[in-house]
Design a protein around this ligand. Structure first.
Ligand SMILES: Cc1ncc(COP(=O)(O)O)c(C=O)c1O
Length: 376
C-alpha cells in the first residue's frame, strides 16, 4: 500500500474495526483512545467533529449524536434518573418540551417550566430532587436572550447543573461554558453543519465526570452519529465563523429594513436597539446578534399566505440556519401544539413569521421581501 497522506479526512464508512490478535485487543482496553473497535462506541469521523466543536466551545470533551434531540436526551439522562426533577425555561424549542413533558415523565423524570419573569430566581420552583435547569441562549422564535452568567449564579446557588442549548447563538457568538454553564448542547443540524443536509447533535461538557456519563448514555442507548453525517458536519463546521459573520450582518440589514416597513407591525431581533435585551445580547454575543429574526405583519392568515406566495426566492421551510434564507411559520409548525391561550400569552399570533437569514447578497433578500410585502 503506498504511503497516503490525504489533506481532507477520509470517510471511515465502517461499522467495525479489525484486530490482528488478542494482544492488540488487550491494547484497546489498556490504552483508551488509541484504537477503534465498533463505530457505535467511537469512529474517527465522529471524533473529529466532536474535537472541533469542543475546541470552539472550550469544554473538556464532546460527544456527537444522531440529532439535536438525542443530544438533549443524552444530556438529561447523563444527569437524571427516575424520581429526579428538571427545571426548564418556558420559552424552549417545542421538541425539548415534548421530550420532557410527554416522554421523560413516563420514566419518572418530572419537569417544571420556569416563566420568563422568574428565570433568575427559581427559589420557589426548585425541589430536593431537582438536578438541572435547561434553557436556550436565544429563544425560538421571539429571540429572548438569557443572561447565562446570572443563570449560572442561580444554578450554583441551588447546586444543580446548567444545561444550555446554544443552537441559535453558536460558539462564534457565545461560549456558555466560559460563562458558568456545565453542559452545552447543539442541534448540529443547524448552524454548525450549516448546509441543510445533515441531522446531528452534540453535547459538550465542562467536567470529565459529565463527559463520561454522556458517552455512556450515547453508546448504550445507541444515539451515535454515522461516519458520513459526521464527515459532512465536520466539513460544514470549517466555514462556521465566516458564515456567521454574513448571517449576522444580513440579519441586521433585514431587521432594520423590516422595522421601518409600513406593512410590518413588529420585529424581534436582538441587534435592534428596541429589543429588550439588546445590551445583554451585544455583550454576550461579542457584538454579533445571530441570523434569526421574527416579525409580525397583520394578524390575518390570508395576508400571511399572500406574503409567502409573493416571495420568489425565499422558500417556506420549517427548519433554520442553512446558507440559504428560509421562512417559517411558528403558529403552524413549532408552536402548533400549544393552546390558543398559550400561543397568545407568548406572543405567537397569526401574523408572526420567522426568518432564518442566509448568506446571500443582502440586496437579493431585500428585493424578495419587498416583493412579498407588496402583495399584502
Ligand atoms: C433550538 C433547538 N434545539 C434542538 C433542536 C432539535 O434538533 P434536531 O432537529 O437536530 O433533532 C432544534 C430543532 O429545530 C432547535 O431549534
Amino acid at each position: 500500500m503506498p504511503h497516503i497522506k490525504p489533506k481532507a479526512t477520509p470517510i471511515f464508512q465502517t461499522s467495525v474495526f479489525t484486530f490482528d490478535d488478542l494482544n492488540e485487543l488487550e491494547l484497546y482496553f489498556e490504552q483508551p483512545g488509541q484504537r477503534y473497535m465498533y463505530s457505535r462506541y467511537a469512529n474517527p469521523n465522529s471524533d473529529e467533529l466532536a474535537n472541533e466543536v469542543n475546541q470552539l466551545e472550550g469544554g473538556v470533551g464532546a460527544i456527537v449524536t444522531s440529532s439535536g434531540m438525542s443530544a438533549i436526551l443524552a444530556a438529561i439522562l447523563a444527569v437524571c434518573k427516575a424520581g429526579d426533577h428538571v427545571l426548564c425555561a418556558e420559552e424552549i424549542y417545542g421538541g425539548s418540551s415534548s421530550l420532557l413533558t410527554q416522554e421523560l415523565s413516563r420514566i419518572g423524570i418530572s419537569v417544571t417550566y420556569v416563566p420568563s419573569a422568574e428565570t433568575y430566581s427559581f427559589d420557589a420552583l426548585v425541589q430536593p430532587t431537582t438536578k438541572l435547569f435547561l434553557a436556550e441562549t436565544m429563544s425560538n422564535p421571539l429571540l429572548l436572550v438569557f443572561d447565562i452568567k446570572r443563570l449560572a449564579e442561580e444554578t450554583k446557588k441551588h447546586n444543580i447543573k446548567l444545561v444550555i442549548d446554544n443552537t441559535f447563538a453558536t460558539p462564534i457568538l457565545t461560549k456558555p461554558l466560559s460563562l458558568g454553564a456545565d453542559i452545552v448542547i447543539h442541534s448540529v443540524t443547524k448552524y454548525l453543519s450549516g448546509h441543510s443536509d445533515v441531522t446531528a447533535g452534540v453535547v459538550i461538557c465542562k467536567s470529565e465526570e459529565d463527559l463520561q456519563r454522556v458517552q455512556k448514555v450515547m453508546l448504550t442507548y445507541g444515539l451515535n452519529l454515522s461516519p458520513f453525517e459526521s464527515w459532512l458536519a465536520a466539513r460544514g463546521l470549517k466555514t462556521l465563523r465566516l458564515r456567521m459573520k454574513q448571517h449576522c450582518s444580513n440579519a441586521q440589514t433585514i431587521a432594520e429594513f423590516l422595522q421601518q416597513h409600513p406593512k410590518v407591525e413588529q420585529v424581534w431581533y436582538p441587534g435592534l436597539e428596541a429589543h429588550a435585551q439588546h445590551a445583554l445580547a451585544e455583550d454576550q454575543g461579542c457584538g454579533m446578534f445571530g441570523g434569526m429574526l421574527s416579525f409580525r405583519i397583520k394578524d390575518n392568515a390570508e395576508a400571511v399566505n399572500r406574503f409567502m406566495q409573493g416571495l420568489e426566492e425565499i422558500p417556506f421551510a420549517p427548519s433554520l440556519a442553512g446558507v440559504s434564507t428560509s421562512i417559517s411559520y411558528p403558529l403552524g409548525t413549532s408552536h402548533r401544539a400549544l393552546t390558543a391561550e398559550q400561543q397568545q400569552k407568548i406572543g405567537i399570533t397569526i401574523g408572526v413569521i420567522r426568518l432564518s437569514v442566509g448568506i446571500e447578497e443582502p440586496e437579493e433578500l431585500l428585493t424578495d421581501l419587498e416583493r412579498g410585502l407588496s402583495k399584502i
